[in-house]
Design a protein around this ligand. Sequence first.
Ligand SMILES: NC(=O)c1ccc[n+]([C@@H]2O[C@H](COP(=O)([O-])OP(=O)(O)OC[C@H]3O[C@@H](n4cnc5c(N)ncnc54)[C@H](OP(=O)(O)O)[C@@H]3O)[C@@H](O)[C@H]2O)c1
Length: 275
Amino acid sequence: MAADTDLGFFATDATFEDCAAIVTGSSRGIGRAIAIELARQGADVLINYNQNRDAAEAVKLEVESFDRKAVIIQADISDLETHAKLLDTAHDAFGKVNILINNAGITRIADILEETPDQFDLLINTNLKAPHFLTQRVANYMVEHEIRGCIIYTLSISDSMASDNRTAYCISKAGLEMSMRAYAGRLAMHGIKVNGIAAGVINTDLSRVRIPDYEEAADKGYIFMVRPGTPEDVAHATVAAMRLYDTGVVLPASGGVMTPLLNLRSMSELDMNRS
Ligand SMILES: NC(=O)c1ccc[n+]([C@@H]2O[C@H](COP(=O)([O-])OP(=O)(O)OC[C@H]3O[C@@H](n4cnc5c(N)ncnc54)[C@H](OP(=O)(O)O)[C@@H]3O)[C@@H](O)[C@H]2O)c1
């Protein structure tokens, strides 16, 4: 997989030939694009979905079009009992697992003054508790098998930017960033790299409805945004994060949304230059 195999993914010219990946939530959106990009670069891929079997089947065909192996597993990752099935299925199909992409996630809209404990639990269980403990399982497997693997988390600009109508989502992603950093620290001694991607406004089923708001904000100069992102933009960042000479860091894929900006267009209409 790498020019110097002893370095595993810490070799910055690591390739994905003969790698084997679990990509959670890979039937649609960002996970789908990551699964296809990893296959294009030479990896076998376990495709995980929760409800959309047909979409997962379509991704399987795309992975196989690159002459890579693909297996599909239905699993609601918020049910921690399913995690053994995910890992065992991938190991049995590919002979090993050296890449985990913690991607599956959901969002819900609720005013912070009205959000219920049940809504909060759903987001925390799916977006934070599930990937945290799936990582624990896969990390222990990699250590036991002396696999110098790589674990990438699909994080979000919401790790650090608050939304008062999606607070549980923001809290789940902020916690997940800390999970990523803690595992990076613990696993570096085993040659396992752990990084995250802070995705911005990406055009998927999860975010599509919010894109006009962001475009309007960019138009008015409240934020900077080159353009809405595509799932492929995040897939390319994911591959880049796997080759970084670093661990425990977050690579942005946000098209400038995180660029600090105080450049309101309305200012140009004021006569600010009078002496
Ligand atoms: N889109 C954005 O703007 C954006 C920005 C920042 C971060 N992110 C993060 O990127 C990740 C992917 O988001 P996306 O935009 O690609 O979402 P998406 O288009 O809604 O796709 C979500 C994927 O996750 C799967 N999934 C959902 N709940 C699951 C569960 N409980 N167990 C297993 N799989 C589950 C879905 O499977 P089914 O097809 O079976 O439903 C689907 O494959 C999420 O973690 C999200 O928070 C997205």
